[in-house]
Design a protein around this ligand. Structure first.
Ligand SMILES: NC(=O)c1ccc[n+]([C@@H]2O[C@H](COP(=O)([O-])OP(=O)(O)OC[C@H]3O[C@@H](n4cnc5c(N)ncnc54)[C@H](O)[C@@H]3O)[C@@H](O)[C@H]2O)c1
Ligand SMILES: [Zn+2]
Length: 366
């Protein structure tokens, strides 16, 4: 079975992202082929992952001394206590920097474990085995790690690149449909940033991708990873160019925040609504053609997301949504900074939106 490989080069580390089926079963060989050696490792696993997958991982690593922790994946647990739990085992079992920590879970577990690894003795070997579609196409790449605190989400963290990322598509088979759509949102986002050709591939194969059929899912994951690689390599510290990856996210964060991050609307669903809003607002600002707008909207309608923006928000929520967009950390004037679409493959970063025009757009859509 084929293993696809993407190499990421950053100023601190070069590492591989491997994408394929049945990779867990080959993890021992993958580690030795990647020249990753260690005697001890701590596996931090998401409690929700079916036991059969965990058993395979433990069995394949049995030649090493392994320790295990399970965490419940929730934003509430993305905190200092989880970091302490991980550090406690590492100190008690006398880990040193050449030993290894493995994250086995989605974006929440990956962000926690990445941060714990970066701060343990200033950095221990870190392998990420992402188990959600979102984490395979987005959070496992680029080295952003972090936890939440009472001041907000992801406010404490570091840039810390993993030593290896192993994305096994078979692990996605147990994911709920909503979580697949959540990851798909980021795949769609990156295709719009990348090119019309890439978008058309998704448009042609949408149903097969959402059903995780080969080779469509592999190709979609690889294309999204590749775009993130190009962007991250150009701008590791998120100073400027990396902002394109926030397409749809200023709207999405405002929608999520207005609902108080309720389970009713998850991040990926908010991103899909956010991409739709960014496309419509781009059209209103005479950037995107009507034809391209319709192509994007028709695609979004086919995703089968059961939610519509006006089923969550009423016209009276306009000010709240706008205020969240104003308070977004990317703003530095009285204008609202947006990432808009000129065309597939042509993104406008730092569009300075007039708040009154934006307010009218939001009001008319609720
Ligand atoms: N570091 C970054 O660059 C970056 C980028 C995007 C998002 N994030 C972060 O990622 C997090 C979201 O990640 P996520 O969407 O993967 O969420 P998640 O980790 O909470 O996983 C979603 C749900 O799926 C379950 N799950 C995980 N793997 C499973 C499997 N194989 N089978 C069945 N259930 C499974 C989890 O228990 C959870 O209930 C957020 O905290 C966000 O801030 C980070
Ligand atoms: Zn996102």
């Amino acid at each position: 079975m084929r293993i696809n490989k993407i190499r990421i080069k950053t100023n601190t580390k070069n590492y591989s992202i491997l994408v394929g089926r049945n990779l867990l079963n080959k993890i021992d060989k993958i580690l030795s082929d990647s020249n990753i050696t260690f005697k001890k490792c701590l596996i931090v696993a998401d409690k929700n992952i079916p036991y059969a997958f965990k058993k395979t991982l433990f069995k394949k690593l049995k030649s090493k001394k392994i320790f295990k922790i399970e965490l419940i994946s929730s934003e509430k647990n993305k905190n200092y206590q989880s970091i302490e739990k991980i550090h406690k085992v590492l100190f008690e079992k006398r880990f040193n920097r050449s030993d290894c920590v493995i994250s086995f879970g989605g974006g929440i577990i990956g962000d926690i474990v990445g941060f714990a690894s970066s701060t343990f003795k200033r950095g221990i070997k870190f392998i990420n085995i992402p188990t959600t579609l979102l984490s395979q196409v987005d959070s496992s790449i680029g080295g952003k790690t972090g936890i939440n605190n009472k001041f907000g989400k992801n406010l404490v963290g570091s840039f810390y690149q993993p030593d290896l990322v192993v994305s096994d598509i078979n692990i996605l088979s147990s994911l709920p449909e909503r979580e697949i759509i959540c990851g798909y949102a980021e795949i769609l986002k990156s295709s719009i940033i990348d090119s019309y050709k890439n978008f058309l591939y998704l448009d042609k194969n949408l149903e097969k991708i959402l059903k995780l059929k080969s080779p469509f899912i592999e190709r979609s994951i690889l294309k999204a990873c590749n775009l993130k690689k190009i962007v991250v390599e150009k701008d590791v510290d998120e100073k400027d160019f990396r902002k394109v990856l926030n397409l749809g996210h200023t709207f999405a964060h405002a929608y999520e925040s207005t609902l108080g991050f309720s389970q009713k609307l998850n991040h990926g669903e908010a991103v899909i609504l956010g991409i739709k809003s960014a496309a419509e607002f781009s059209y209103k600002n005479k950037m995107l053609s009507k034809e391209k707008l319709n192509i994007i909207i028709n695609h979004i309608n086919r995703i089968g997301m059961k939610i519509k923006i006006n089923s969550f928000f009423k016209k009276k929520d306009t000010n709240m949504i706008l205020n969240f967009m104003k308070s977004d950390k990317k703003n530095n004037s009285d204008r609202i900074n947006l990432i808009l679409i000129k065309n597939f493959g042509k993104i406008k970063i730092d569009f300075q939106a007039n708040p009154l025009v934006l307010k009218r757009y939001i009001f008319n859509n609720l």
